[in-house]
Write a protein that binds this ligand. Structure first.
Ligand code: MTE
Length: 315
């Protein structure tokens, strides 16, 4: 077993305090290039039907930026490591185990998951943000559609996620310095998991998800900070108790279970009021900064999930 060393966090630039993704809605895409190729007209029809509702005016981050500036500690702790060190990682074949408090536990491959989804289910949209942000056209499907298939029991209150452990393919999981305990884990409350904005992504920019972005299956929760977007998922478990989250476990005073984008509450070591948009002209002090919106601009859709909660305590 690898030895666990507490993470050395030098500043916001190396932490998961990133919030990546798209800030305003953009998206809408089919699950994987295959679906794209197989049914272009159905895809286009579904996309245009939804794009009207969700299109955003913000400029997309370039694919080059979105696939070369990543956090994926299994491949190293610097932003350029995932691209450079993930070549040996094999995202196919892939199996995902879905179980816990469900009627129909299952183990399925990505293709099995995909062919279960209608074109409509594969379309999704969203906006996103934070300390740094990107606007990315994701490809995916709602997590809720997958949950429906396993039939959660009434006692299920949370959804736990787990990343693969493959030290032979993931250099960050071997050697003397282990930046995090493995596997990387995270979780959502069941109602958060069922929100239509919560998707499992299989691609971006019309292409299959690259290794450094979490191939072949990763979570995207656009109103939360980027570290909730767990990558290369192999296990999904419905639970009654709040599941552990890697960053909450590693630095509990800095990262909570909920991790909702909240510009009004400072991180212990930096303000969360603004974010740097990757790819925008760099200013004197490290980039063009923009105001961060509560819930990353999705308050209308998700604020109700937290009514009655003190979000400066449940951060
Ligand atoms: N998932 C795993 N398995 N390992 C990680 O280190 N980093 C998280 C999250 N998911 C991480 C992970 C953090 S800190 C961020 S900011 C996002 O992935 C980054 O996703 P991106 O590279 O697609 O922007």
């Amino acid at each position: 077993m690898p030895v666990y060393h507490p993470p050395k966090i030098a500043g916001s630039d190396i932490t998961p305090q990133t919030v990546y993704m798209n800030r305003r809605t953009i998206l809408g895409a089919a699950a994987g290039g295959l679906a794209f190729a197989a049914a272009p007209s159905a895809f286009a029809a579904a996309l245009s039907a939804r794009a009207t509702d969700y299109t955003v005016t913000e400029k997309l981050t370039t694919k080059e930026d979105a696939t070369s500036y990543n956090n994926f500690y299994e491949f190293g702790t610097s932003k350029s490591d995932p691209l450079q060190n993930s070549e040996a990682f094999k995202p196919t074949p892939w199996r995902v185990e879905i179980g816990g408090l469900v009627n129909k536990p299952t183990v399925i491959g990505i293709d099995d998951i995909m062919k279960d989804f209608t074109m409509e289910e594969r379309i999704y949209r969203m906006r996103c943000v934070e300390a740094w942000s990107m606007v990315i056209p994701w490809i995916g499907f709602p997590l809720s559609a997958l949950l429906d298939r396993v039939e959660p029991l009434g006692s299920a209150k949370y959804v736990a996620f787990e990343t693969v452990v493959r030290p032979e393919e993931m250099p960050g999981q071997r050697g003397l310095f282990q930046p995090l305990p493995w596997p990387y884990v995270d979780g959502l409350r069941l109602d958060e998991a069922r929100n239509p904005l919560t998707i499992l992504a299989t691609g971006l920019y019309g292409e299959t998800l690259p290794n450094q972005n979490g191939a072949p299956l990763r979570l995207v929760v656009p109103w939360k900070y980027g570290f909730k977007g767990i990558k290369s998922i192999v296990k999904i478990t419905l639970t009654e108790e709040e599941p552990p989250c890697t960053w909450n476990r590693s630095a509990p005073s800095e990262y909570g279970f909920y991790a909702n984008v909240n510009p009004a509450v400072d991180h212990p070591r930096w303000s969360q009021a603004t974010e740097r948009r990757i790819g925008e002209a760099e200013g004197l002090f490290g980039g063009a900064r923009m105001n961060t919106l509560p819930f990353n601009g999705y308050a209308e859709e998700v604020a109700g999930l937290y009514s009655g909660m003190d979000l400066s305590v449940k951060f």
